[in-house]
Design a protein around this ligand. Structure first.
Ligand code: GDP
Ligand code: IMO
Ligand code: MG
Length: 433
């Protein structure tokens, strides 16, 4: 089987959703293996906009079975909300969506834990999405207080588990909030009642997804993996501690789905033509140049506001060092260059081709946040273009300066550019090879 993985090579929101949708019809299955509803993917098909957070982008394609793998953390009301909202829009996913019984469940106390941890302020703040992702993964690794999707389906067991877990969480959070004030207190019976209602609706989707994937691969089915977040947010290789709590690199595929990586032969790295980041953490090429500056212009034209939290995304120039680093970690075979149209009209463009740190020149990225925050970008300047490129469908439709920019990005990253995206629509795409 020749499986494929689509992975973001920056700090998320690279338009992975558009690429998954674009090539989705070449696959029988689309699998999410990490993260949860911290992701936000917007896909525009024939003028219709789909917003997905927890469900794989593959659900839009009628011929595809979408899989939420064991590595994902699931907030049941969110799962049902997305299923219902798709149904309202005429997309019935009930026969083509499955959820791993081994995926971990997010409870309201996870969100409260996160709120308390983030509201401490100062250096401890990460700028998370507030979706309970980190605390749920903490419980998964800690084992003693974790609850998996399969356990939701056994009512007596679930009630008993919550009777053990919730009082502990209440004590923990009260202590965390430095006394009772400010910390919410949860009732195990009320949570059980609520979650057992969700469980009945979720039950038909739940299965042993690892086994399903093994059987499907044996039967010759083609599988597409959809990474959430970006490689620079990977818990091991990202700009720690300003990262998410899962493996967003393709390394997460095997553990997060149960399908061995040897089944995947093509890795597509998705990048924006510039860089964005949401939340705290170092960002050497950030354009923090005020209300009339280029950073704000990119934010406005690119509609760079978080899908999940609505926060303005931080914007900056393309960092070739960062993408060369993540491309190597991801084992990317090619890159797709997204949102190129957003750069139209800028008189000149900058590409970060090196750093200066403590008076020394560096030609490689470091994920060490303490060093990275001292790195000053060394730029190469390229000419911009004024033409509207949103109607371009082949490379020769693009102005020479845009083609030069693409070539230089490709050269600096050391990978071919297989797709150039010039607008959110499925058709606003140049397939290079
Ligand atoms: P993801 O999380 O990686 O799937 O990306 P998001 O969906 O969070 O963010 C990408 C945004 O850019 C979405 O709103 C897309 O509709 C939009 N988009 C995708 N490709 C293009 C493009 O080529 N040009 C423009 N202007 N917008 C695009
Ligand atoms: P998609 O899939 C961009 C960021 C948060 C925060 C950090 C940790 O749409 O690309 P978390 O809630 O995961 O504990 O937050 O990670 N983050 C994302 N940034 N795109 C995402 O997903 C993100 N998912 C998490 O902003 O800085
Ligand atoms: Mg996103």
């Amino acid at each position: 089987m020749a499986g494929t993985c689509v992975v973001g090579l920056q700090w998320g929101d690279e338009a992975k959703g558009k690429i998954v949708d674009l090539i989705g019809d070449e696959f029988d299955m689309v699998v999410r293996y990490n993260g949860g509803a911290n992701a936000g993917h917007t896909v525009v098909v024939e003028g219709k906009t789909f917003k997905l957070s927890l469900l794989p982008t593959g659900v839009i394609r009628p011929s595809v079975t979408s899989v939420i793998g064991n590595g994902v953390v699931v907030y049941p009301p969110r799962f049902l909300e997305e299923v219902d909202s798709l149904l309202k829009g005429g997309v019935d996913v009930s026969k083509r969506l499955v959820l791993s019984d081994h995926a971990h469940v997010i409870f309201p106390y996870h969100m409260e834990e996160e709120r308390l941890a983030e509201s401490g302020g100062g250096e401890g703040k990460i700028g998370t999405t507030g979706r309970g992702i980190g605390p749920c993964y903490q419980d998964k690794v800690g084992r003693r207080f974790a609850i998996r999707v399969g356990e939701l389906l056994r009512p007596d067991h679930l009630r008993e588990r919550l009777r053990q877990v919730v009082p502990f969480k209440n004590r923990l959070m009260t202590a965390f909030a430095d006394g009772a004030a400010g910390a919410k207190v949860f009732d195990p019976a009320a949570i059980a009642d609520e979650y057992l209602k969700y469980a009945e609706r979720i039950r038909p989707y739940v299965t042993d997804t690892a086994r399903l994937l093994h059987d499907s691969v044996k039967a010759g089915k083609r599988v597409l993996f959809e990474a959430a977040q970006g490689s620079l947010l990977d818990v091991d290789h990202g700009t720690y501690p300003f990262v998410t709590s899962s493996s967003s690199l393709p390394s997460g595929m095997w553990s997060g789905s149960g399908l061995p990586a040897k089944n995947v032969t093509r890795i597509i790295g998705v990048v924006k033509a510039y860089t964005t980041r949401v939340g705290r953490g170092p960002f050497p090429t950030e354009l923090d140049d005020g209300i009339d500056g280029t950073g704000e212009r990119i934010r406005k034209v690119g509609k760079e506001y978080g899908t999940v939290t609505g926060r303005p995304r931080r914007t900056g120039w393309f960092d070739a060092l960062a993408v060369r680093y993540t491309a190597a970690l991801a084992g990317a075979d090619e890159i797709t260059l997204m949102l190129l149209d957003v750069l139209s009209g800028l008189p000149e463009l900058k590409l970060c081709v090196g750093y200066e740190v403590d008076g020394e020149r560096r030609d490689h990225f470091t994920s060490d946040a303490h060093i990275l925050e001292r790195c000053k970008p060394v730029y190469e300047t390229l000419p911009g273009w004024t033409e509207d490129i949103t109607g371009a469908r082949k490379l020769t439709d693009l102005p020479a300066a845009a083609r030069k920019y693409i070539d230089r990005v490709s050269e600096m990253v050391g990978l071919p550019v297989s797709v150039v995206s010039v607008g959110p629509g499925r058709e606003q795409t140049i397939r290079v090879r």
